[in-house]
Design a protein around this ligand. Structure first.
Ligand code: LMR
Length: 393
């Protein structure tokens, strides 16, 4: 039977991780996979996570199953973190999932159950795994324009023109903040414009929010999602704790379906059913760590302080890189790097230049020229600026 199998297309981010590992050069620079690194190049366990894990280890008396939806305290704490008071709790059904990817996958499965005729609209570009998952499940999708490679900013006119083509019941996937892979984000006014259009078209927004707290701050990064929650009759939200809690391998995510409170019981039942069919009970440990942090004022304050240090550190690196490039090129072409938010910026150069930077300078960025700003530190920014200046002049 297995001889019938064909090779699957490689994931370009994971492939890059592997080739970086194999490169023997000591001055190589890993700007590939979206994992936060400190100035020493480590991805530390956050202080509050360590403290919460210790507390759980001391106090937990059973590892028995929790619930198909996961712990309701986790859903409550995450709903509050993402949605604040933009929507009442009786309108939100939710399931814990293995990471934000699990939330996205379950969300797509829910769409397919509720409306098999829907088309999912995705930004061009988007996180490659969005595309891959949609293809894997056979979900119809179309792209809307999003990024203008010449300005490094959102092509908002193009986006709105393309979204004008959506039909009732279609789904529009939006990145809540810190757009991956571009780093270019909608302004508050633009979010309101999108909200108005989606409402008018009777389309369903699906927000993937994986970097809350990495852009302009925890509440600021959720502002667009909250505008939608306030204005749309229904929406889906997939949230990830991988990055903002640094619990990548523990797989912590939540899928929320916002709708009419009269439908909540049935929606919740469908979400529970999806969990049961795909993996039964969702993982609990990381979710419990996150809940412990969010519900304890001291741990929460410490987590927020550490997250804020990570966020502001990335902003400093962005500014330094933009400044160094302006000096070297005597041109403001790459100033958008300082205006972008989150872990990524897309340089907007072609694959041959990305390849040349890898070969000649040991700089590893994704082939679409996405670089992970958190892979830099004050000493390596000039090295990258040299590589970009020499290759992309
Ligand atoms: C990324 O975009 O690099 C991260 O979200 C990691 C991944 O799974 O691709």
């Amino acid at each position: 039977m297995f001889s019938n199998l064909k090779d699957q297309p490689a994931d370009k981010i994971l492939m890059l991780m592997a080739s970086y590992k194999e490169d023997a050069r000591s001055d190589k620079l890993d700007l590939g996979v979206g994992v936060y690194k400190d100035a020493q190049g480590n991805t530390p366990v956050m202080r509050a996570v360590k403290a919460a894990e210790k507390r759980i280890w001391e106090e937990q008396t059973t590892k028995s199953y929790v619930a198909l939806a996961g712990d309701s305290a986790f859903a409550d704490a995450m709903r509050d973190l993402v949605l604040g008071d933009s929507v009442s709790a009786d309108r939100v059904a939710a399931i814990a999932t293995p990471g934000g990817t699990g939330a996205f996958r379950q969300g797509v499965d829910l769409i397919r159950t509720a409306n098999p005729d829907a088309t999912v609209w995705i930004s061009a570009p988007t996180w490659p795994n969005h595309v891959s998952i949609l293809k894997t499940v056979g979900q119809a999708f179309k792209e809307y324009r999003y990024f203008d490679t010449t300005t490094g900013e959102v092509d908002f006119d193009g986006m709105m023109a393309d979204l004008d083509g959506i039909k009732e019941g279609d789904v529009v996937l939006l990145h809540g903040c810190c757009h991956n892979p571009t780093g270019a984000n909608l302004s508050g006014e633009q979010w309101s414009g999108v909200a108005q259009l989606l409402r008018q078209k009777k389309a369903l927004p699906f927000v993937d929010i994986a970097y809350q707290g990495f852009g302009d701050g925890l509440d600021e990064d959720a502002a667009g999602t909250r505008i939608l929650a306030e204005t749309q009759p229904e929406m889906l939200i997939g949230a990830s704790c991988s990055k903002n809690f640094g619990v990548y391998r523990d797989r912590v995510g939540l899928l929320m379906a916002v709708g009419d409170s009269a439908n909540k019981k049935t929606t919740q039942g469908n979400l529970n059913h999806l969990n049961r069919q795909n993996y039964s009970f969702p993982p609990d440990h990381g979710a419990r760590v996150v809940t412990t942090i969010l519900t304890d004022p001291d741990l929460r304050a410490d987590w927020q302080a550490e997250l804020e240090d990570m966020r502001t550190g990335m902003l400093v690196l962005r500014q330094q890189l933009a400044d160094e490039l302006r000096q070297r090129l005597n041109d403001d072409r790459f100033d958008f790097i300082a205006r972008h938010r989150g872990m990524f910026s897309r340089l907007g150069v072609d694959e041959a230049k990305v390849e040349a930077m890898r070969k000649d300078h040991g700089v590893y960025m994704v082939s679409d020229s996405r670089m992970n700003i958190a892979g830099l530190n004050a000493q390596t920014v000039p090295i990258l600026a040299d590589a970009i200046a020499k290759t992309c002049r």
